[in-house]
Design a protein around this ligand. Structure first.
Ligand SMILES: [Zn+2]
Length: 93
């Protein structure tokens, strides 16, 4: 049964089922269908690792924050690429 998941971008419904799931080394892409409005959307599940720098002791809190932001941005870019360009419906593999 569909468990609570990310809200549907169309109706904000919390029930959806997985149509397609693709595991990659650094993430899992899922194509989902809303149980309420049948809208289809993608989710990307990934680990975001923020490593402390070897010279972390010498970094200011601003530098640490910048490093973390860059790491998150890289993860988001990867996710967005999947959602926009790697849709299994448009481009079956
Ligand atoms: Zn919906």
């Amino acid at each position: 049964m569909a468990r609570s998941t990310l809200a549907c971008p169309n109706c904000q419904g919390r029930r959806s089922r997985t149509l397609n799931s693709r595991s990659q080394p650094d993430r899992v892409n899922r194509r989902r269908e809303c149980a309420d409005c049948s809208a289809r959307f993608s989710t990307v599940e990934m680990v975001v690792v923020v490593r402390g720098s070897r010279s972390g002791q010498n970094m200011t809190s601003e530098e640490v924050a910048l490093r973390q932001a860059k790491t998150k941005l890289a993860a988001l870019r990867s996710a967005l690429r999947y959602v926009l360009e790697d849709d299994p419906e448009e481009e079956p593999t």
